[in-house]
Design a protein around this ligand. Structure first.
Ligand code: NDP
Ligand code: MG
Length: 388
């Protein structure tokens, strides 16, 4: 029986993780669940799973949760600091990081230092500080198991292979709702358009990132650290059906791909049961439903975020941290209709040019860069004409 801490249990990945736990009660216990502010859902989850801990970031929701769970043996806590502290609890075996954005970094670092294996959905953690996080994981002998479907695919392709046999990896991208569209078209798209992903239902931030191809950019950087690759070993191919989840090319020229219907429960479960596979009743892929699987090159001139992410990866230092923070601010502003779709890339590029570069950042440098970039980006937005 593994005790799982789910950071961000009320989100898209978090709720699907609880689905996996519900289906495998003999294997897993939800030991800790956390939310940012969704007290209602956190209470429902706590009533069903009776975790040892239920933690809410938003302190104003504390008494409501405490009262609702008073009859159960659950420790209710509030505040981000409480998550950072209790994620190190002795009884936790695996921490599944499903919170969104930079907020995932510090709890993940604390969990690694406490020797917890990480099932990593929160890609921003590796984008921001992949060098530090992977070095820490090595030092503390903990596994970082990918939950992101592309990285899970690569991880599955690598089973039984030697690390140094990889020539390159190829991440597949669906292309999102605006695949094939022009810059002129993108200038007028709204948040409602961007929130409709063709193949996946996900949280709002990653859905916008998928529409702008920033999600793929973040995944490129995530892959670099997860699989210890050079930037020139990572490629992206657009595959609109999202059936091949990614590929590895080995030095003898052989290519392995991992396939299946798009369903995040599979990579979530694999990260939790690894190295075992456990039987599921998930819907199976049927060739009769797919007459063809197609591939095309990503259009990085139209979807500039992907190009910017490649540049940031090559530059290294705090540059990926800068693009991550700028992107978080840009996406939040786009979701509030404060800026247009194309302005997101302009904002990120300006931050990359203006925020001081640090070649070998410490954790404090990353925290400073994140803060500074957010303030700078927020100021830029005030000066941007709507739909710039
Ligand atoms: P959601 O927005 O659906 O959920 C985010 C979760 O994190 C919620 O539980 C939310 O709480 C909590 N949260 C949000 N902000 C904070 C914060 N500042 N501090 C603490 N907790 C916070 O996101 P997703 O589930 O879609 O994505 C989670 C992560 O997984 C992201 O990093 C994403 O890139 C990655 N991922 C997601 C995939 C997907 O299919 N959804 C696929 C691959 C990776 P509350 O509900 O209270 O707001
Ligand atoms: Mg992905």
């Amino acid at each position: 029986m593994k005790n799982i801490a789910i950071l961000g249990s009320t989100g898209s990945i978090g709720t699907q993780t609880l689905d996996v736990i519900r289906d495998n009660k003999q294997l897993f216990r939800a030991f800790m669940i956390t939310a940012h502010s969704n007290a209602y859902l956190l209470i429902q989850q706590a009533l069903e799973f009776v975790p040892a801990y239920a933690i809410i970031c938003d302190e104003t929701k504390y008494s409501e949760i405490k009262e609702a769970l008073a009859h159960l043996p659950i420790t209710v806590l509030a505040g981000y600091e409480a998550i950072k502290e209790h994620v190190t609890h002795l009884d936790i075996d695996v921490v599944l990081t499903a919170m969104v954005g930079f907020a995932g970094l510090e709890p993940t670092i604390n969990a690694i230092k406490a020797g917890k294996d990480i099932a990593l959905a929160n890609k921003e953690t590796l984008v921001v500080a992949g060098d530090m996080v992977t070095a820490l994981a090595k030092e503390h002998n903990v596994k970082i198991l990918p939950v992101d479907s592309e990285h899970s695919a690569i991880f599955q392709c690598l089973a039984g292979e030697q690390d140094n046999a990889i020539e390159k990896i190829i991440l597949t991208a669906s292309g999102g709702p605006f695949r094939g569209k022009s810059v002129a078209f993108l200038a007028d798209v709204t948040r409602e358009h961007a929130l409709k992903h063709p193949n996946w239902v996900m949280g709002a931030k990653i859905t916008i990132d998928s529409a702008s191809l920033m999600n793929k950019g973040l995944e490129v950087i995530e892959a670099r650290w997860l699989f210890d690759l050079r930037p020139d070993q990572i490629e992206v191919v657009v595959h609109p059906q999202s059936i091949i989840h990614s590929l590895v090319q080995f030095e003898d020229g052989s290519i392995k791909a991992q396939m299946g219907l798009p369903d995040m429960k599979l990579p979530i479960q694999y990260a939790l049961t690894y190295p075992q596979r456990v039987k599921t009743n998930f819907k199976r892929f049927n060739f009769a439903d797919y007459r063809s699987l197609t591939f095309e090159q990503p259009d990085m001139d139209t979807f500039r975020n992907l190009k910017l992410a490649f540049e940031a990866m090559k530059k290294g230092g705090n540059m990926p941290c800068i693009i991550n923070a700028a992107n978080e601010v840009a996406v939040a502003a786009f979701l509030k209709n404060e800026i247009g779709f194309l302005a997101m890339s302009d904002l990120i590029e300006t931050c990359m040019q203006q925020i001081p570069f640090v070649k070998e950042p410490t954790l404090q440098d990353y925290l400073n860069t994140d803060k500074e970039t957010r303030i700078f980006a927020q100021n830029l937005i005030q000066r941007m004409p709507l739909k710039a």
